[in-house]
Write a protein that binds this ligand. Structure first.
Ligand SMILES: [Fe+2]
Ligand SMILES: [Fe+2]
Length: 179
């Protein structure tokens, strides 16, 4: 139960990611209706974490390799949770769960997709997800200031992140305050 509570407590993360995702979708020219579907779906990106033990999710220590491997399984757990459901919107949820940890250069997980083989919705969520994680307090770290976050994202433009999304994302975070 504790791990469920932890994930629920961290609901602020999903809500902030959803807001950022919506704004980034609009910034890159998607239709409002598409942006709404992707933003809503993005709130479920980490749903698989409900079955990851709480002591791992809240660990203050650097994770061991086996703990990291277990956390990475949240993608497959999440996919199994939603696998019974079908429909246009739920397909977007599935795509986001499956691809939000893929990297543009193919070094992400779990499928090691690269470039435009990664669904656009997953590339969008990947960027907003990392940004919010860096800006937030986590059990193992204090929130990072923007002057540390921005270079981190720039450095990973074209390796971790879709290079075409990073500049539009910076325009978004200049305009929008996500609480
Ligand atoms: Fe995740
Ligand atoms: Fe996340």
């Amino acid at each position: 139960m504790k791990n469920v509570l932890h994930v629920l407590k961290d609901g602020g993360h999903s809500v902030r990611v959803g807001k950022l995702v919506f704004c980034l979708c609009i910034e890159i020219g998607l239709k409002q209706s598409e942006a709404e579907v992707i933003a809503r779906a993005s709130k479920f990106h980490d749903i698989g974490k409900v079955v990851i033990p709480n002591h791992i999710l809240t660990s203050k220590e650097p994770l061991t390799t086996s703990e990291r491997k277990l956390i990475e399984k949240h993608v497959m757990y999440g996919l199994s949770f939603v696998s019974l459901y079908q429909g246009e919107d739920i397909e977007v949820v599935k795509a986001i769960i499956a691809s939000h940890h893929e990297h543009w250069d193919g070094n992400g997980y779990p499928f090691k997709l690269s470039g435009e083989d990664i669904p656009l919705c997953g590339r969008i969520v990947a960027l907003c997800d990392v940004y919010d994680a860096l800006c937030s307090k986590r059990p193992y770290k204090e929130p990072w200031k923007l002057d540390r976050v921005i270079p981190y994202l720039v450095e990973r433009k074209g390796t971790q992140f879709d290079p075409s999304l990073v500049d539009p994302f910076f325009r978004v975070i200049n305009q929008v305050e996500v609480i």
